[in-house]
Design a binder for this molecule. Structure first.
Ligand SMILES: NC(=O)c1ccc[n+]([C@@H]2O[C@H](COP(=O)([O-])OP(=O)(O)OC[C@H]3O[C@@H](n4cnc5c(N)ncnc54)[C@H](OP(=O)(O)O)[C@@H]3O)[C@@H](O)[C@H]2O)c1
Length: 336
């Protein structure tokens, strides 16, 4: 299996290197790509140094079986043809193609078979907040249809990339040293703050990130569910948290929900209020599953349930989800 990572130097690209190794992904040859900024840099994979190549419109993808791309939507759009023209399956982390009708949008715990129908050779990895939410929603949807979702997200700095994570570290240092605070990656200072805006605003007053949660959830779950989201950037470094309210067709008891989450694929139940046990981003960075806790009946709605989830958005929200898609294709003999 010849595998390519496009955007190898980034937060997600670096996670790909770790996840592919950790999961013993079958690789005969790994090729890394980046822009002028990282071309020539070397990364070690399974004891071997690999030099980052400059991504160009040439024949570098000849012979590549799977290309994991995480270099932003503009790069994905510009290079999709170059990457796929010799038959490589492109599993794309950007928002470039997610809502295109002929591009499957896949979370292996929810809709793995959608990955098998990819007329353009591209499979889209959903938005990170959506991935972790649908993994949890699936457990309940298996019991009864979810009609609506209200969600508030608490999204870590690293969701905006490696440089954003560095900026948060720097801002804390600058504040504590009474130095002027440098703001580049976020609209405002994030250290000691919360920013209720992720991505740009759309005409209906919701941000693009919030509309991604609405549209992508429906596409992945093949559902008419309505999702109303408020996405907030918080000064955590890694792992997104979400406070979720759902309304189901029939009431679901807390016990029933707990059992469904405990047995749900890709989920870990962490819900023991008496012992102060609930998921928190600080302690769950680097973990594979989505953690669920604080499960309660919604006091304002008989058919409502509320809970709290935490997932590592660079891992399950990006690299791991993409690698799981590739593993699924291999497992069902859909590739190689
Ligand atoms: N961070 C997350 O939690 C997360 C989660 C899900 C999805 N995503 C998505 O994944 C993508 C990457 O995010 P990230 O957080 O890893 O960002 P990042 O840390 O800023 O890294 C961006 C990567 O893209 C590469 N790149 C940019 N322009 C390029 C070009 N013209 N040609 C080749 N490579 C280019 C960069 O390479 P150079 O260093 O050489 O410029 C770098 O490796 C984005 O589309 C993002 O929306 C991110």
């Amino acid at each position: 299996m010849k595998v390519a990572i496009v955007g190898a130097s980034g937060a997600v690209g670096q996670e790909f290197l770790r996840v592919l190794d950790e999961r013993n992904f079958p690789i005969d040859e790994l090729v890394l790509f980046g822009s002028h900024r990282s071309a020539g840099r070397k990364y070690t994979f399974r004891g071997k140094e690999i030099e980052v190549k400059l991504l160009q419109h040439n024949d570098d993808f000849k012979g590549v079986d799977i290309a994991f791309t995480s270099a932003g939507a503009g790069t994905s759009k510009e290079f999709a043809e170059t990457i796929t023209k010799y038959g490589a399956v492109m599993i794309d982390n950007s928002s470039a193609f997610r809502m295109d009708a002929d591009i499957p949008l896949v979370v292996p715990e929810v809709n793995p078979d959608d990955a098998l129908n990819r007329p353009r050779g591209i499979i889209a990895n959903p938005n990170c907040t959506t991935i972790q939410m649908v993994v949890a929603l699936k457990a309940i949807e298996n019991l009864t249809h979810i009609k609506r979702v209200h969600v508030s997200t608490y999204q870590a700095a690293s969701g905006a990339g490696a440089a954003a994570m560095d900026e948060l570290y720097e801002q804390y240092r600058q504040v504590l040293n009474n130095e002027p605070v440098k703001v580049e990656k976020f609209a405002y200072q994030l250290a000691f703050n919360l920013i209720p805006q992720i991505d740009v605003f759309t005409d209906n007053g919701y941000t693009k990130e919030e509309m991604k949660m609405y549209n992508e959830t429906r596409k992945i779950m093949h559902s008419d569910v309505k999702v109303s989201a408020t996405c907030v950037r918080v000064p955590a470094l890694r792992s997104h948290s979400e406070s979720i309210w759902i309304e189901t067709e029939r009431p679901v008891s807390v016990e029933e929900a707990r059992k469904a989450f405990a047995e749900g694929e890709g989920l870990v139940l962490m819900d023991n209020p008496e012992k102060k046990e609930y998921p928190m981003p600080l302690f769950l960075a680097g973990k594979d599953p989505v953690y669920v806790g604080r499960i309660r009946k919604d006091l304002s709605n008989e058919n409502g349930l509320t809970f709290w989830i935490v997932g590592d958005q660079i891992k399950k929200g990006a690299a791991l989800n993409a690698v799981q898609i590739a593993e699924y294709l291999i497992k069902v003999g859909n590739i190689k």
